[in-house]
Design a protein around this ligand. Structure first.
Ligand code: DX5
Ligand code: ZN
Length: 220
């Protein structure tokens, strides 16, 4: 399978957002990863609808929106309106996850569920068949630029087994501290999509960094 690179806009220069969005458009990246934080589910606030709308105006690739918010059900329609293609909610933020997933799909978006580093894969057993994507957090959500948690490899392998065993079509995305030092091992463990924030945007040549990451997992 063609493995996917999703630069995280959280690490972009918000004063030059159009420039950074166009950089991603013109790179080997596959998706835009867009982090929404509410200051309640996670101890940080990022951005909301107006900013996503502005990104969408220029973006020519899939909009992969990661909600780190409580009560995501309240905003599903709004995220569709501002251009989300994939909408991922946190397992830990949803009391009625099955309902939330169905509501996302009913809006015509792909439905993802994310797990915090401490949340075991086993909690997905009864929902995996309904999911288009599982986002494994490899840092505690809330901030870019944190160090990768090594236990993630094991979780990706466990998730891959669950997906194969159940016949789910879900793809596996990893988010947090992804670099050229861990992306190959994550890919070998079974990951399909890779979020990279600081590693891309703080590098000297983000376009080249994206190309290098892509070549490590999907050589041409
Ligand atoms: C963290 C966010 C990530 C973040 C990744 O809560 O979900 O998407 O932007 O940033 P890096 O790649 O810098 O860890
Ligand atoms: Zn994210």
């Amino acid at each position: 399978m063609n493995k996917l690179i999703a630069p995280s806009i959280l690490a972009a220069d918000f004063g030059n957002l159009q420039r950074d969005v166009e950089m991603v458009n013109n790179s080997k990246a596959d998706w835009f990863h867009i982090d929404v934080m509410d200051g309640v589910f996670v101890p940080n606030i990022s951005f909301g609808m107006p900013v996503i709308n502005a990104i969408k105006k220029h973006a020519t690739k899939t909009m992969d929106v990661h909600l780190m918010i409580v009560n995501p059900d309240r905003y599903i329609t709004d995220f569709k309106k501002v251009g989300a293609d994939i909408l991922t909610v946190h397992y830990e933020a949803c009391s009625h996850l099955h309902r939330t997933v169905q509501a996302i799909k009913a809006e015509g978006m792909k439905a993802g569920v994310s797990l915090n580093p401490h949340t075991p894969i086993a909690v997905l057993e009864d929902i995996i068949i309904d999911l288009d994507l599982v986002l494994i957090m490899s840092v505690n959500p809330g901030f870019g630029g944190q160090s990768f948690i090594e236990n993630t490899y094991k979780k990706v392998e466990q998730l891959k087994h669950l997906i194969e065993y159940t016949g789910s079509k879900a793809i596996i995305e990893v988010d947090g501290g992804v670099t050229d030092q861990n992306i190959e091992q994550l890919s070998e463990a079974g990951a399909d999509a890779f979020v990279a924030g600081s590693f891309v945007f703080k590098s000297e040549n983000p376009t080249k960094t994206i190309e290098n990451l892509k070549n490590l997992v999907s050589p041409e």
